[in-house]
Ligand binder design. Sequence first.
Ligand SMILES: [Fe+2]
Length: 235
Amino acid sequence: MLEKLQKIFKRGGLKGSPFGGLGSFFTDWHCHILPGVDDGLPTMADALEVLATYEKMGITRVWLTPHIMEDIPNTTAGLRERFAELHAAYSGQVTLNLAAENMLDNLFEERLAARDLLTIGERGDHLLVETSYFNPPMDLHGALDRIKAAGYYPLLAHPERYTYMDEKDYKDLIARGVKFQLNFPSLGGFYGGTAQKKSRWLLKQGFYTVAGSDLHRPHTLDRLSPLPPTIPNEL
Ligand SMILES: [Fe+2]
């Protein structure tokens, strides 16, 4: 894997910071770097290599957002334990934070009712959530309302990737107080033309609050692009 990363460097893909003028103030708000817990990086060695590359890219803070869903029923305790192992193994400069990418399914409803959650953001009051790419959950608005009633702000992961959402849906969600997280690779068309078109429209509307890599594999590092200035990238 290290060779792959070195090749990316040699191609010039990561010359200095790929995030333009952001220098050392870049935060990745969504990634699957916590190793061996979901469909992301498999080993601790992989995670350490990617973090070393992040450091060279000028990324100073990373929110680790492993999946929690019925199909990948990670527990908050188990993820905290793995996070502690990564923290102990990593001696670099990137600040590591643990959160989760929560699928809006029945398991999420149980965890929400029990307040058994990993929040995202400094204030501990946001939840990164996702749905199926193709179908909305049974009661999307109800789930979002329950999140807010429980005292959290919903942060919707990669809204541009949901095929069932259109411009009206996005406007409606923004009006309901939902925040949006851009996947960088969407802007470059790596998930296809529709997601790319939607990401450009959402960007133009100023609907994105934060951005992330959604990195699952190191070879996708070269899909990152400069952070568009219209994204505050802070919660
Ligand atoms: Fe993700």
